[in-house]
Design a protein around this ligand. Sequence first.
Ligand code: TYD
Length: 215
Amino acid sequence: MSLSAGLFITFEGIDGAGKSTHIASIARAFEATGRRVVLTREPGGTPLAEKLRGLVLNDPMDPLCESLLVFAARRDHLAQVIEPALADGAVVLCDRFTDATFAYQGHGRGFDLRVLEQLEAWVQRDAHGNLRQPDLTVWFDLPAAVAAERLASARVPDRFESQPQAFFQRVASGYAARAAQAPQRFARIDADQPRDAVAEAVRRAFAQRGWLPSS
Ligand code: TYD
């Protein structure tokens, strides 16, 4: 259900799934149709949320603290950026959102999923009681072993990127569980393909919904 004229699209997947370049090309494609695009990320997207991001990615803390901080960042991001942009009819492209919390803090860290559901309701419910959810979540699905190979050559790892492969296997299964709960919201992209094939699959997900012309 869309609560506004805007479009709220999130991009998800384990570290190393390669979503960044695809988000940028979808942004350009929407702009080419004349729509206003807001490109943002989580944790982050506002000055306060970016400060919280720095803490979450670098400072040791327990999973409850991690969950509270990512939801605090999300609250500010929704209030300051996402909701105003959607009310204005923009296309909001967000690099990660709440599915990442269920996948990383819930399945990865083993934190209580029911507590996360409560936080989700507190943070994402508006004054009329509607729960804000993405109109579409593009899920880059990649085996943890392939992601680990790709990450091996990456820059200095943060608190998540330095986790063992078993952690990312749990995170990947967390995404699969979220997708199974809301299959209409998710577009699963097989990210274990050459970059051009992944780009084509992403583009198709938008074309199928009538949001972008097929390339
Ligand atoms: P990421 O989105 O991969 O950005 P970059 O490509 O710049 O590293 O990094 C964000 C990290 O934060 C990623 O490892 C997942 C983690 N994360 C959570 O653990 N919980 C959350 O709710 C969100 C949004 C992200």
